[in-house]
Design a protein around this ligand. Structure first.
Ligand code: PMP
Ligand code: GLN
Length: 378
C-alpha cells in the first residue's frame, strides 16, 4: 500500500514511555500526572452511569456542559459563545485539532506553526494535502518573532496554529504577542487554531491570553481545550472546541462523521464539577508548587534552565554535560540513569537540536525527589 504519511513513525511519547517501562526508569517523558483526579469527580461520573446516562450524548455535546464551559469562558475572557452554535465537546484536544484541520485545510493550503511544535499538527495538515511552514522559536527563550512570521506568509497561507502556554518550552505568549497575531491575521485574512490545553497551568501571576480575549481575533479563531490536563485524567480523552458560528458549522460537518458524539457520563459529571471555579482556578498554584520544588531540588545540577512559565513541562539544557545528540542523550539517561525524558529536537523542523530535553513535573513529590537525585548525580 502507498502510505499517505510516509514520514510518520511512532510518536515520541509512546517510544519513550515504552523505553521507560522496558528499563524500569522513572517516566518523566510523556505528559500525564501520576496521581488521581478529585474523588468527587470520579464519584460524579459513577453517579451519571448509575443514573442511566449511558447512551449517545447530543452531537455537539451535553447541553449543561456546553453551558458550563461558555460560562467559564465568559467569566475568564469576557467572550460570549453561543451554547447551541459555537461549541462542540470533543474526544480530547487531539480530535478537536484533527477536526479543525480536516474542515479547513485543502490541497496546497499552507499552515504556519511555531516549532518546537506539538507532534500531531504537521501529519494532519499533510493528510489533507496541506503544507506546513515552521517559524522557529529560538532557544533559550522560545519567544515568537512576528517579523519572521510575516515573512512566511504568502497567498496560500490559510491558518496559523498557536499554542500557549507552550508545549514543550513552557513559554507563555504575552498580550502583545496576541495583538501582533491579531494584526497579521486581519491584514492577511487568516484563520487561527489556538491550542490552549494548558490554559489553567500558568505561573508567577501571569495571565493566560486566550484568543477569546481579543474581539477581532476570536472572530477568526478555533480555540481547543482539554479537560485531561485540567482535572488530572488524560485517559478520559475529553475536551472541546469553541469558534464563531460560520467556523463551528464547518467543524460540526466533520465532527458528526468522525466521532458523532463523545462519552456521555463524563460530560454529565464535568458539567456539575465545572460549576465550582476553584476546581480549575487552583490548578496554577498546585503546579507552581511542583515546579518550584523540582527547580529548587535541581538548582545545583549541571543542567541549565529557564523556569517554565506554564504547562507541566520544564526544559533542561544538557550542553555542559554531554556532546551527544538530544536523542542519544535521552536514550542514555533512560537506560543508564533510569530517567525517561523527551528529546526536544523531535518537535523541530529538520530535527534542530538545541541540546534540550523536556521533563514532565506532573508527578507526586516523592517521584520529583527521586528524579532530582538522579539529575543531581549526572
Ligand atoms: N495539544 C498539546 C499542546 C498537548 O500537549 C496535548 C496533549 N498533551 C494535546 C494537544 C492533546 O490533548 P488530548 O490528550 O486532550 O487529546
Ligand atoms: N501531550 C502529551 C505530551 O506532550 C502526550 C500525549 C500523547 O501521548 N499523545 O507529553
Amino acid at each position: 500500500m502507498i502510505s499517505k504519511l510516509p514520514n510518520v513513525t511512532t510518536s515520541i511519547f509512546s517510544v519513550m514511555s515504552k523505553m521507560a517501562a522496558d528499563h524500569q526508569a522513572l517516566n518523566l517523558s510523556q505528559g500525564f500526572p501520576n496521581f488521581e483526579s478529585d474523588p468527587l469527580l470520579i464519584e460524579l461520573v459513577n453517579k451519571a452511569m448509575k443514573d442511566g446516562f449511558n447512551q449517545y450524548a447530543p452531537m455537539p455535546g451535553d447541553i449543561d456542559l456546553r453551558a458550563a464551559i461558555c460560562e467559564k469562558v465568559k467569566l475568564l475572557h469576557s467572550c460570549v459563545y453561543n451554547i447551541d452554535k459555537e461549541i462542540t465537546i470533543t474526544a480530547g484536544a487531539t480530535q478537536a485539532i484533527f477536526t479543525v484541520l480536516a474542515a479547513l485545510v485543502k490541497k496546497d493550503d499552507e499552515v504556519l506553526i511555531f516549532t518546537p511544535a506539538y507532534d500531531c499538527y504537521e501529519p494532519i495538515i499533510e493528510l489533507f494535502g496541506g503544507k506546513t511552514r515552521a517559524v522557529q522559536l529560538e532557544a533559550p527563550f522560545y519567544k515568537p518573532n512576528w517579523e519572521k512570521v510575516e515573512d512566511q506568509i504568502n497567498n496560500n497561507t490559510k491558518l496559523i496554529i498557536i499554542n500557549t502556554p507552550h508545549n514543550p518550552s513552557g513559554v507563555v505568549f504575552s498580550k502583545d504577542d496576541l495583538l501582533q497575531l491579531q494584526k497579521l491575521t486581519e491584514k492577511y485574512d487568516l484563520f487561527v487554531l489556538s491550542d490552549e490545553v494548558y490554559e489553567h497551568i500558568i505561573f508567577d501571576q501571569q495571565i493566560h491570553y486566550s484568543v477569546s480575549k481579543f474581539k477581532a481575533l476570536s472572530k477568526r479563531s478555533f480555540v481547543v481545550a482539554s479537560f485531561g490536563k485540567t482535572f488530572h485524567n488524560t485517559g478520559w480523552k475529553i475536551g472541546y472546541c469553541l469558534a464563531p458560528e460560520p467556523l463551528m458549522s464547518e467543524f460540526k460537518k466533520v465532527h458528526q462523521y468522525n466521532v458523532f458524539s463523545v462519552n456521555n457520563p463524563i460530560q454529565k459529571a464535568l458539567a456539575i464539577y465545572l460549576a465550582t471555579p476553584e476546581n480549575y482556578l487552583n490548578l496554577s498554584g498546585f503546579y507552581q508548587k511542583k515546579r518550584d520544588l523540582f527547580l529548587e531540588l535541581i538548582k545545583d545540577s549541571k543542567f541549565k534552565y529557564i523556569p517554565s512559565e506554564g504547562t507541566y513541562f520544564q526544559m533542561l539544557n544538557f550542553s555542559d554535560i554531554a556532546e551527544l545528540s538530544d536523542i542519544d542523550f535521552t536514550e542514555k539517561l533512560t537506560i543508564e540513569h533510569k530517567l525517561a525524558t523527551i528529546p526536544v529536537s523531535v518537535f523541530n523542523k529538520n530535527r534542530l537540536d538545541d541540546k534540550q530535553i523536556r521533563v514532565c513535573f506532573a508527578k507526586t513529590n516523592e517521584v520529583l525527589i527521586s528524579a532530582a537525585k538522579i539529575i543531581n548525580a549526572i
